[in-house]
Design a protein around this ligand. Structure first.
Ligand code: HEM
Length: 445
């Protein structure tokens, strides 16, 4: 990452994403959406999109604005688009959520808010995809390929979502209505599997090797993993749409997608193990140890999925499976990496300009890992307990688990803010001559 310019708005994306995560957890504690309400209820749609767009997609976009230029060793196509994209995504999400609340009768039923929100979201994601896509396209190798497949999946997700939103408002004709009736699993797979999971996998290859001083995964190996993942998304999107067109339902493709998804997870596990076994840094930093907890959740979700399918109870426990995958695997990994990325960028921003001219602290001096680790552990244990309460069908115990997740998250966010404020850096090294204090919510450049 040294040598790459610092993305000005990455911190702003992270801050907005964390704020939405708090909103999501507060809704869960308040009993809004699943498991108190049905999985397909408007309240659950609110919760799902606060998590998927507000938290995970914004955090991922913020990380990608910093990382895609590093992955391809080229500057970002346009730094200027990042902030308007954040504005469009936030406005679009608010309109979409208001539309969902209208569907559920919590607000007046202004269903035009759904297409309006969809258009704003398509515009915001469009700016992100074009900006990152044109940057990654210049050198589509290794992890950058995962990002390209992730961005293509995001396009498919947004296209499905927009069709559903127009269909809810009655503006999408019979084709839109049949997509809405049968296409929701395809939208969910493209979003959670293609966009979020494949992109997280790609970025994690580079981050793990960078922070553990390990050689990059052999491109031939990671290409097989990517091929399996891309095929899973392609079968879901193309095969699913064909199935809806031919048989008016998409479930026929789901077993194939499930097997390919499982194969992708196993191949990714093999790649990650090879990074761990070839690392030069024996002592693992907190972000890597906490990433291991998210890998445990990924493996747990895969095993749970297989177990539920074999016992014929997958549909009944879909919520528990999705909860473990979204909060244990994806959110756990994003939180662990966000903790390190904030420290690294803050260090680069503050001490990069004076390096060599004055004594500077190490990146690790910006964090207090011993203090921070308990908050991550609390968060992960709460997620696992939450999964058990969902499987056992205890909504009130689930709300208690969500409250404990908030406690863990408050602790993590407090640590991140301390890092940004350089609060843990010992005084003589804190501000060498010529160094400026970073802003909390955006980079100075
Ligand atoms: C342009 C952006 C998006 C729009 C307009 C949109 C819109 C929608 C709509 C209208 C539905 C409801 C379908 C129904 O009534 O059953 C839906 C469901 C869903 N969306 Fe999105 N969506 C968008 C982006 C995303 C993203 C990025 C993800 C994940 C990463 C996602 C995940 C889901 C999931 C999992 C469901 C199913 C929820 C459930 O049945 O409880 N969406 N989306």
């Amino acid at each position: 990452m040294i040598g790459a310019s610092i993305s000005r708005w990455t911190m702003s994306y992270f801050a907005a994403a964390l704020a939405w995560l708090f909103v999501a957890l507060a809704l869960m504690v308040a009993g809004v959406g699943y498991p108190t309400a049905h999985l397909a209820s408007p309240d659950t749609l609110v919760l799902v999109h606060v998590v998927c767009i507000g938290w995970l997609s914004l955090a991922m976009c913020g990380a990608l604005f910093q990382f895609v230029p590093v992955l391809v060793a080229r500057p970002l196509y346009s730094e200027k688009w990042a902030l308007p994209a954040l504005g469009l995504l936030t406005a679009g999400l608010v309109a979409l959520l208001a539309g969902f609340l209208g569907l559920g009768g919590r607000l007046p039923a202004w269903l035009w808010l759904l297409p309006l929100g969809a258009m704003l979201l398509v515009a915001g994601f469009g700016l992100v995809v074009v900006d990152l896509g044109l940057t990654a396209w210049l050198r589509p190798q290794g992890p950058a390929r995962f990002v390209l497949v992730g961005l293509a999946s995001l396009c498919a997700t947004a296209a499905f979502g927009a069709i559903f939103a127009f269909a809810h408002a009655g503006w999408a004709g019979p084709v839109g209505s049949s997509m809405l009736a049968s296409g929701v699993p395809l939208h969910a797979i493209a979003g959670l599997g293609g966009w979020l999971t494949l992109t997280a996998m790609g970025v994690s290859y580079r981050l793990l090797s960078m922070f553990m001083l390990a050689p990059d995964v052999d491109d031939r190996k990671s290409n097989v993993t990517l091929a399996a993942g891309a095929l899973a998304v392609a079968v879901a999107v193309v095969g699913g749409v064909l199935a809806i067109w031919l048989f008016s339902e998409s479930t026929v493709v789901l077993p194939v997608v499930g097997v390919l998804g499982l194969a992708t997870t196993a191949l990714y596990g093999r790649d990650v193990l090879s990074i761990f076994s070839t690392r030069k840094r024996r002592q693992l930093e907190l972000n890597t140890r906490m990433a291991v907890l998210s890998y445990a959740s990924l493996a747990g979700a895969a095993l749970l999925g297989v177990g539920l399918v074999l016992t014929g109870t997958f549909a009944a426990h879909l919520g528990a499976f999705a909860f473990l995958a979204v909060f244990g695997w994806l959110s756990g990994l994003v939180l662990a990496k966000l903790y390190k990325i904030v420290a690294f960028l803050t260090w680069l921003e503050t001490y990069g300009p004076v390096m060599g001219r004055a004594p500077t602290p190490r990146v690790q001096d910006l964090v207090a890992e011993a203090r921070a680790s308990k908050w991550f552990v609390i968060y992960h244990v709460a997620v696992w307990l939450g999964t058990v309460t969902l499987l056992a069908g205890h909504p009130s115990a689930f709300r208690a688990a969500a409250a404990v997740m908030i406690i863990g998250l408050v602790g993590i966010v407090r640590e991140v803010i301390r890092t940004r404020r350089l609060a843990d850096v010992a005084c003589p090294l804190r501000f060498p001559e010529g160094a400026c204090a970073p802003h909390l919510l955006c980079a100075r450049n």
